[in-house]
Design a protein around this ligand. Structure first.
Ligand code: NAP
Length: 259
C-alpha cells in the first residue's frame, strides 16, 4: 500500500531501538526522510546508518535527552521543520504509590507528558501553515487500563492524553492529524526489564515471568516493534486524514473491554 508520504520529513524521538525504531523504520520504508534521536551517541549513529542503508532515505541522528529543554533545542535545531512528528521517551520506573515524591511525579510528567507537548508546540504551527501534518504520540495501554506498579506512567500519560484530546480538534482543520498509539506489552528492552523486575519480586525466572504475562494476552505473544511501526506509519499516511484525536490500543486483545 502506498502511504503517499514519500519525500516527507519526520522527527522520530527515542528511536535507536524498540518501538521508536520500529516507527522510524516503517516511515523510512514509506520513503520519509528522518531525524532520529536518543541519548547514546554511538547507538543512534549506528541506527541512523542502518536505516539509511536499508531504505535509501536521509537519516540524521541527534544524541540528546528529549526530556530536557536543552536536548529538545538540539533536536529541533537539526529538524528545523517537520511534516511528521513521533514523540517518545523512556518510561518511568515501577514502584509503589506510597513512595513517590513530588520530584518523582515532576520527572515523569516532564518526560512522558510535557516533552511531547513542547515538541508539538514547536512543530505543529509550521505544519498548520503548510496545510499538512501528522503527529503520533507513543503513550501506553496504561492510559486505558492502569498498571499499578507504573503509577507514574499512568499519571503522566493520562495528562498527555487529555491535552491531545482537545488540541487535536483545534488543528485538524489545517490538515494536521494528531493521535496517540498505546502499546501493550511489546518485545523490546523495556519489556525485558519489566519481566526481570517481576521475576525478582516473585522469585521466578525472567522466562517464567514472560510466559505468565503471555498467558494473559489473547494472542499469546508479545507485540513486535515492526508491527507497531507499521501502524504508526499508517497513522502518518495520506489515508489517515480522517483519524483525529484517537487512542489506538495495540495490545493483542489484553484489555478485556467491549469498547
Ligand atoms: P526501549 O526498547 O527501552 O527503547 C527506548 C528508546 O528510547 C531507546 O532508543 C533509548 O535510547 C531511548 N530513550 C530513552 N530515554 C530517552 C530520552 N530521555 N531521550 C531520548 N531518547 C531516550 O523502550 P520501548 O519498549 O521502545 O518503549 C518506548 C516507550 O513505550 C516507553 O515510554 C515505554 O514506557 C512505552 N511502552 C512500552 C511498552 C513495551 O511493552 N515495550 C509498553 C507500554 C509502553 P537511549 O537510552 O540511548 O536514550
Amino acid at each position: 500500500m502506498d502511504l503517499g508520504i514519500k519525500g516527507k520529513r519526520a522527527l522520530v524521538c527515542a528511536a535507536s531501538k524498540g518501538l521508536g525504531r520500529g516507527c522510524a523504520e516503517a516511515l523510512a520504508a514509506a520513503g520519509v526522510d528522518l531525524v532520529i534521536n536518543s541519548r547514546t551517541e554511538a547507538e543512534i549513529t549506528q541506527t541512523a546508518h542502518e536505516i539509511a542503508e536499508t531504505y535509501g532515505v536521509s537519516v540524521t541522528p541527534v544524541a540528546a535527552d528529549i526530556t530536557t529543554a536543552e536536548g529538545r533545542a538540539k533536536v529541533l535545531d537539526a529538524v528545523q521543520q517537520a511534516d511528521i512528528l513521533v514523540t517518545n521517551a523512556g518510561g518511568p520506573p515501577p514502584g509503589d504509590w506510597q513512595d513517590w515524591s513530588r520530584d518523582d511525579f515532576i520527572k515523569a510528567i516532564d518526560a512522558n507528558m510535557l516533552s511531547a507537548v513542547a515538541l508539538m508546540q514547536a512543530l505543529v504551527p509550521g505544519m498548520m501553515d503548510r496545510g499538512w501534518g501528522r503527529v503520533v504520540n507513543i503513550t501506553s495501554q496504561s492510559v486505558k487500563s492502569p498498571i499499578a506498579v507504573l503509577g507514574l506512567s499512568n499519571t503522566a500519560r493520562a495528562g498527555l492524553t487529555g491535552f491531545v484530546a482537545g488540541m487535536s480538534r483545534q488543528v485538524a482543520g489545517k490538515g494536521v492529524c494528531v493521535n496517540n498509539l498505546l502499546p501493550g506489552i511489546h518485545d523490546t528492552d523495556r519489556a525485558t526489564g519489566l519481566d526481570a523486575g517481576v521475576a525478582k519480586s516473585k522469585g521466578i525466572t525472567p522466562s517464567e515471568a514472560r510466559m505468565q504475562r503471555e498467558a494473559t494476552i489473547p494472542t499469546g505473544t508479545y507485540g513486535r516493534a515492526d508491527d507497531f511501526g507499521a501502524t504508526c506509519a499508517f497513522l502518518c499516511s495520506q489515508q489517515a486524514r480522517f483519524i483525529v484525536g484517537q487512542n489506538i490500543l495495540l495490545d493483542g486483545g489484553a484489555l478485556n473491554a467491549t469498547l
